[in-house]
Unconditional design. Structure first.
Length: 241
């Protein structure tokens, strides 16, 4: 049976791999621990069938799935990327993180918190082929609330100068997507975000769900970072070693 499967054309095997290894929902890295929760619909046991199938299918697992690191602390991110290894990490295309956290926001000198810097630097070093970098809804609401409280267009501008530089350093080619409710960002924030070419993904509140379980309830599907329309595009640059 296995020999018959391997006799199929690679294109057909890839379609089968995607059916059992690519999920609609993201993989979620648990807060502060090194556990990654795989969607229940997947069959990762396939990767243990034999060496050839492992080599063919593993790049598809990391290329086509979305990985949610929002609220993950630096040690958990580092442990996950080190565990999967650089060869697999370089296949990651779509990640979701928190808006980088600020230290001394509102004071004369503010900067990114060290944990946020370490997380971004790890992605920069290990994930050179990102296509989308999505900012989580809850963290957008948190920074927007802080900035509104300061009521300073100058601080808003300075915050986004700092954050945009850091995110572009992670990947100059990745689309930066920021999740938000319609009334979360004020005019100054939207104008600043637009000037950096970020995509604003308008989310729709869902009764009974917390902000970061609403990732697939966007007001416009065309702006969704979890669209599967880019599957063929992702396939174009898969390096199977």
């Amino acid at each position: 049976m296995l020999a018959n499967f391997l006799d199929l054309p690679l294109e057909l095997r890839d379609q089968i791999y995607k059916l059992v290894l690519v999920a609609e929902r993201p993989f979620v890295l648990e807060l502060e621990i090194d556990t990654c929760y795989y969607p229940l619909s997947l069959t990762p046991q396939l990767l243990r069938t034999n060496k050839m199938i492992h080599c063919e299918a593993t790049p598809l697992l990391y290329t086509h799935n979305h990985f949610d690191f929002h609220m993950a602390e630096s040690p958990a991110v580092t442990k996950f990327l080190d565990t999967i290894g650089h060869e697999n990490a370089k296949h990651l295309r779509h990640i979701r993180i928190d808006f980088p956290r600020m230290h001394n926001l509102g004071k004369y000198y503010f900067r990114l918190r060290n944990n946020s810097i370490r997380v971004l630097e790890k992605f920069q070093s290990d994930c050179p082929n990102l296509r989308t970098l999505t900012i989580s809804l809850s963290s957008t609401r948190a920074i927007a609330s802080d900035l509104k409280g300061l009521d300073s267009p100058q601080i808003i501008a300075e915050v986004f100068v700092l954050v945009n530089a850091r995110l572009r350093a992670v990947s100059s080619q990745a689309e930066i997507i920021i999740e938000t409710y319609e009334d979360t960002l004020n005019t100054d924030m939207k104008r600043t975000i637009g000037s950096y070419g970020w995509t604003i993904k308008a989310m729709v509140p869902v009764a009974g769900l917390c902000d970061d379980l609403c990732w697939d309830h966007s007001a416009s599907s065309s702006s969704s970072s979890y669209d599967k329309d880019d599957d063929d595009e992702d396939d174009d640059d898969i390096d199977r070693g």
